[in-house]
Design a binder for this molecule. Structure first.
Ligand SMILES: [Zn+2]
Length: 353
């Protein structure tokens, strides 16, 4: 009986060793050692490319096959990467002992493939959802998702931020836009269609879609966004100014699309009125030029009501011509919206730095 008991202990003990060894091997973190590394839908160089990874990105490997491919998850789907471009176990696994529960504190927070807004979005998660954080990099936390894969969220959109000391918060405010209230003014609306473009497309509609993308990116960056309109209705110009001046706001950005009787006229222009708004205009315009492929029509001083009557740094951006067929087609792509949104966030960051 004693011998039997003893063997049972040994069996149990070795079993638990096997299990922990298997668990440790089952998910490993690797670091990408190449730029623009292809992520494919199956383990073959002929398989469709479903994404790209950049040098320094970290991935969780769930399986390794004998032909040099590793399995991970990308955008919520199974994905394969050639293992020759990966370096083994980063020290991100070292923090696995300090896994932390975090709570999302904003609505629709974006979970991305890597630590930074330049990485693509896997999904949106609601306020109050909770995740286990398994890694971190600067202001970004790597969280464990429902399908076993991981994604990255900005930690300033989680309850982690509130634990940081005031000094850390101060430095975060510079790179993130936490603490800044930005007014986004989608031009026109309701009975005022704005410019009318090719195919009877109204400026008020195209700009609303762009403005929503800009607002989302600003929120992702930590800013509080005040929209002068949230749908297709008429808001008088005086009301837009009132909205801007009623809050403790830091910048006002009016978004428009342009029109011209000659259909090949194209490009982006940024307007300001007072000298106090010039730097904002210059920074946002330069960032838009960096982020979009449109012709640069320059920074211009003008007297548009919404910017001339505003108490805070205010600009009006004309994001391209909806009377130009090529430009209109590009303007309506998600890629363009994304580029504009990145440009405006980038420009505002430069301005506040
Ligand atoms: Zn307009």
């Amino acid at each position: 009986m004693r011998i039997l008991f003893f063997s049972a202990v040994i069996i149990l003990f070795s079993l638990s060793l096997c299990i922990s060894a298997a668990m440790a091997d089952s998910v490993e973190t690797y670091t990408v050692g190449a730029t623009d590394l292809n992520v494919r839908s199956s383990p073959s160089h002929d398989a469709p490319i479903i994404g790209k990874l950049q040098k320094g990105d970290q991935i969780r490997v769930f399986e390794e096959n004998t032909f040099g491919w590793v399995k991970t998850f990308y955008g919520g789907q199974e994905a394969w990467i050639a293992s020759q471009y990966l370096s083994t176990k980063s020290n991100a696994t070292a923090i696995s002992g300090q896994e932390k529960q975090i709570t999302i504190i904003e609505d629709g927070v974006r979970v991305r493939t890597g630590p930074g807004t330049e990485n693509s979005v896997i999904k949106h998660v609601p306020r109050n959802s909770q995740y286990t954080m398994v890694g971190n990099s600067n202001d970004w936390g790597e969280i464990l998702l429902e399908d076993g894969s991981t994604g990255w969220v900005a930690t300033w959109l989680t309850d982690l931020n509130s634990e940081s000391t005031p000094v850390e918060k101060q430095s975060k405010n510079i790179t993130s836009l936490t603490g800044y209230n930005i007014v986004i003014d989608p031009g026109h609306g309701g009975e005022d269609p704005g410019s009318i473009g090719m195919n009877n497309i109204f400026e008020k509609d195209v700009i609303m879609s762009t403005a929503n993308a800009v607002a989302q990116k600003l929120r992702d960056a930590g800013a509080t966004v005040i929209m002068t309109r949230n749908g297709d209705y008429y808001v008088p110009l005086q009301k837009r100014i009132q909205i801007s001046n009623a809050y403790n706001t830091h910048a006002f950005i009016s978004l428009h699309y342009n029109a011209h009787p000659i259909s090949n006229v194209n490009g982006i222009e940024t307007h300001y009125t007072g000298e106090g708004s010039y730097t904002l205009a210059r920074e946002v315009h330069a960032a838009l030029e960096r982020n979009t492929a449109l012709i640069n029509r320059g920074v211009k001083q003008s007297g548009f009501y919404v910017i001339s009557e505003n108490n805070i740094p205010s600009i009006l951006v004309e994001l391209g011509f909806i009377t130009n067929p090529d430009e209109l087609e590009y303007i309506q792509t998600q890629e363009y919206e994304n580029n504009v949104a990145n440009g405006i966030v980038d420009g505002i960051r430069h301005y506040f730095n």
